[in-house]
Design a protein around this ligand. Structure first.
Ligand code: AMP
Length: 464
């Protein structure tokens, strides 16, 4: 199937052909006609499937060719926001808006992105100037709504991108508040990688007789990524990584660490080896994160070290190498991590440096992906066969063991994600209360019993 059979306008076809894509991905083949039809859509797709173009292209088409679109050229009234795209993270918001600009290049529509962590005034100015398509993270959008610096009364199309992540990050209340500020008659598109009960409940309340499409989960498409385990001693991981980068002359490597502290430490060590590296995680300012990401994308930075949440939604075409310096706490995150490589058909390589402490985690991952990953011992880095496992350190500093103290059993109800601001009060926080990865969102007390929804922390959050 080619893009031309999907009924896209010349302006969009021209932009698509400039990107070099010749064949629509499965999600695009299904989502584009469904959205062009004008109905609601429930789509199961992860990043890496081409979902962004799957909703951006038909959205642009609908806005640029319908009657209201024609108005754009016929009078001078200021533009009104006609499409709103909500995303869980700043990085994803920026990337989605970039896609809107790329695909909408030959239309008359314009777009803007608003998220937190950066000044609000330039955003206010931009909104005042007139925006057709707004991409936003929920928290900052609510700030604008509170201040009445955004007018959503003309929204015709709403997209919730990575809705499951938004719920995981505690945005449900923010989302509901945003929804309450939208006109009731509109087209709703909901994209989610998973369909938990929470997502189903959200979809039930939001969508009107939606078309449903689901493309293969990435769990089943990881075959295009060559995966390898390098067994290694805990304290040899850094020299092994430097060795791999140097001997294979890897020029663009995304490295995952479990903690923010681990990321910073690794960057320092790599710098000492003469390997250019920067870290992105929740404690870094937005400008530092943006800078690191753009240098990495432009191939000016050899190694980007990231924690799981900071890396969400990072979209780099043909990223050749992903390294799991530490295995993730949650097996699904392994799939998300390695999905950063081998995107949309490109081949990639994902290697994991695994020490004795992580053997159980590896077992869980192999169970999830239904594969036994090949082990390759690197000469000079043979692991000590007598080494004993130690508890895994979950967070940087503080009482950071997976159990909040005591033993090292990692199934103890400790928070799902490391990181998160003030959660030093113990190990009782339910899943994802600290899951924003960016401590900044946790504006409030550091008690251990924070409820799951992070919406209570309304100041300075990661997604805003
Ligand atoms: P997404 O799932 O939207 O994050 O897209 C994943 C990656 O696939 C991005 O790097 C896109 O640039 C790329 N991509 C999107 N559509 C296509 C296509 N039809 N053919 C090849 N690559 C694509």
């Amino acid at each position: 199937m080619s893009f031309s059979s999907l009924g896209l306008s010349d302006a969009l076809m021209r932009a698509v052909s400039e990107t070099g894509y010749t064949t629509p991905t499965p999600i695009q083949q299904q989502a584009i006609p469904a959205v062009l039809n004008g109905g609601d859509l429930l789509a199961g797709a992860q990043t890496g499937t081409g979902k962004t173009a799957g909703f951006t292209l038909p959205l642009l088409q609908r806005l640029s060719t319908d009657a209201v679109g024609a108005k754009l050229t016929s009078n001078n009234s200021p533009r009104a926001i006609r499409a709103l795209i909500l995303t869980p993270t700043r990085e994803l918001a920026a990337q989605v808006e970039e896609s809107v600009r790329i695909y909408g290049k030959y239309t008359k529509l314009n777009s803007a992105v608003i998220f937190g962590g950066v000044g609000i005034n330039p955003q206010i100015k931009q909104l005042k100037h007139g925006v057709d398509i707004l991409v936003a993270t929920p928290g900052r959008l609510l700030d604008h709504m509170d201040q009445r610096t955004v007018d959503l009364s003309k929204v015709e199309i709403l997209v919730l991108d990575e809705a499951d992540r938004m719920l995981d990050m505690g945005f449900i209340r923010d989302i509901r508040k945003v929804l309450a500020g939208l006109p009731p008659k509109r087209q709703n598109l909901l994209f989610s990688a998973t369909f938990s009960d929470d997502i189903k409940a959200l979809a039930d309340g939001l969508l009107n007789k939606p078309a449903t499409i689901e493309v293969a989960r990435r769990n089943s498409t990881v075959e295009i990524i060559a995966q390898k385990i390098h067994p290694v001693d805990r304290d040899k991981k850094h020299p092994m990584l430097a060795h791999l980068i140097k001997t294979h002359q890897w020029s663009q490597v995304l490295v995952f660490t479990r903690t923010k502290h681990g990321a910073n430490k690794l960057v320092e060590q790599l710098e000492k080896d003469g390997i250019g590296a920067m870290a992105i995680h929740g404690n870094k300012s937005q400008s530092a994160r943006t800078k690191a990401l753009s240098e990495f994308k432009d191939n000016k930075l050899q190694v980007l070290v990231a924690t799981d949440i900071a890396a969400r939604g990072i979209d780099i075409d043909q990223l050749p190498h992903v390294v799991n310096y530490d295995l993730p706490n949650v097996p699904e995150d392994y799939v998300h991590r390695i999905g950063r490589t081998g995107r949309a058909g490109a081949t990639g390589e994902a290697v994991s440096l695994v020490c004795v402490d992580e053997h159980d985690m590896l077992k869980d991952i192999e169970k999830l992906i239904k594969q036994t990953l090949p082990r390759e011992v690197i000469p000079g880095f043979e692991p000590d066969p007598t080494a004993r496992a130690q508890p895994i350190q979950l967070r940087s500093g503080g009482p950071g063991h997976r159990n909040g103290g005591g033993g090292g059993n990692r199934n103890s109800g400790a928070p799902r994600k490391p990181g998160g601001g003030n959660g030093n009060g113990g190990g009782n926080k339910p899943r994802s209360a600290s899951g924003n990865g960016g401590g900044a969102r946790s504006g409030g007390g550091g008690g251990g019993n924070a409820p799951r929804a992070a919406a209570q922390h309304r100041s300075g959050g990661r997604g805003r």
